[in-house]
Ligand binder design. Structure first.
Ligand code: EPU
Length: 340
């Protein structure tokens, strides 16, 4: 049987470290426990919020409903040959320890995604990505349990409709499915090493590594992230707060005339992706404080909690930033985090 708690402070369950109370709270470890929840009176009558690592979440007020905490665990090998291995990973597993488990076993494909906070189940939800790799590249399937009837469902890679920090789980399946496990296919040899993005090569050089491996890439990514991104256990944050916007090339060329240092990366369909961090920094926000919230001094895309911020304050800060970027560049930033 599952046990429901009431008036639970969600501070330990969100990486911004914000206080917000859940009217009801339940933690589930198995599909049977989840089905007990789905059959309960509370579930049927309340709004719901499924929580994994709480690393992509801004809680602006108490949650007047039921929070379901995902504690599904387990990593199973489904099949393997000399070249590849297929794993089924329970959605409540923490992402970074899972990455290190793979790296330590010399299974390649997700080493560039080391140190991303959150759970395995949240990874497909927003198609996590870093240092030139997105999780969509290794996902074969996502398994879920439909909230309306407890049925199991499988989405193959195409059906997940992955995009930049997007998937079908953020849109048509939002609040309709509990992701229960993710099936990933990784390499056991001839790993495809991705070294092009950002400072990976320089970091490997500084580490005196001339023949990179998936292990040394993971170490380099960890070093880069630790040097730039605040540790949520010390400073509340949820990684990048906004997505990097894409704008039509004509708009880009217009802005660049006035701001020649603005970086831009050509993507498909005559679009250019602009680093939101650059836009925010150009508006003077980097390292700035607003009430008890602030903009990280080493990465302008990361909003932080000084320990006493409310979710409202962080939201207000995000609006001020959006307004300034819009006024100066005519670009509308969209949040990457889920605002509740
Ligand atoms: N930049 C600035 N000011 C800053 C930081 C960066 O101007 O304070 C500019 C620089 O031009 C830099 C560029 O922004 O070259 C890109 O910066 P960075 O490589 O740090 O990456 P990002 O685009 O800001 C994205 C992801 C991160 C991911 C990194 C590394 C998004 C929204 N964010 O950030 O993902 O770790 O690339 O691959 O796409 C996350 O999603 O939570 C996250 C941390």
């Amino acid at each position: 049987m599952v046990s429901f708690q009431q008036a639970v402070d969600l501070k330990p369950y969100n990486t911004f470290g914000l206080h917000a109370r859940a009217r009801y709270f339940v933690s589930v470890e198995t599909a049977d426990q989840l089905r007990d929840v789905l059959n309960s009176h509370i579930f049927k009558n309340e709004k719901r919020l499924i929580l994994g690592g709480g690393s992509n979440l801004l809680l602006t007020k108490d949650f007047d409903g039921l929070v379901i905490l995902n504690r599904f665990r387990g990593i199973d090998i489904l099949e393997q040959n000399d070249d590849r291995i297929t794993l089924s990973v329970a959605s409540g597993e923490e992402w970074h320890p899972f990455v290190m488990h793979c790296v330590n076993n010399n299974w390649g494909g997700i080493e560039n995604l080391a140190l991303i906070p959150g759970t395995v189940g949240a990874a497909p939800m927003q198609n996590i990505g870093a240092y030139g790799v997105e999780v969509r590249e290794v996902i074969e399937q996502v398994q879920g349990i439909e909230l309306s009837n407890g049925n199991e469902m499988t989405f193959n890679n195409d059906e997940c409709m992955f995009g930049y920090r997007e998937s079908v789980f953020k849109y048509e399946w939002r609040e309709r499915i509990f992701i229960s496990s993710v099936t990933l296919s990784l390499t056991k040899k001839n790993h495809r090493l991705r070294l092009e993005y950002g400072t990976i090569k320089e970091t490997l050089n500084a580490m005196n590594i001339t023949t990179p491996t998936i292990q040394s890439i993971a170490q380099a990514v960890i070093a880069i992230r630790q040097s730039k991104l605040p540790d949520p256990r010390i400073t509340g944050n949820s990684g990048s707060f906004f997505k990097n916007p894409t704008i039509p090339i004509q708009h880009y060329e217009m802005i660049v005339k006035e701001h020649p240092t603005m970086p831009g990366y050509r993507s498909e369909n005559q679009l250019v992706k602009i680093p939101a961090a650059w836009l925010i920094e150009s508006c003077g926000w980097k390292g700035k404080k607003y009430k008890h919230a602030g903009v990280h001094h080493q990465q302008a895309l990361v909003l932080i909690n000084d320990g006493n911020a409310t979710g409202e304050e962080i939201l207000e800060l995000s609006h001020l930033i959006q307004d300034d970027v819009n006024k100066k560049f005519g670009i509308q930033l969209s949040p990457e985090v889920n605002i509740i």
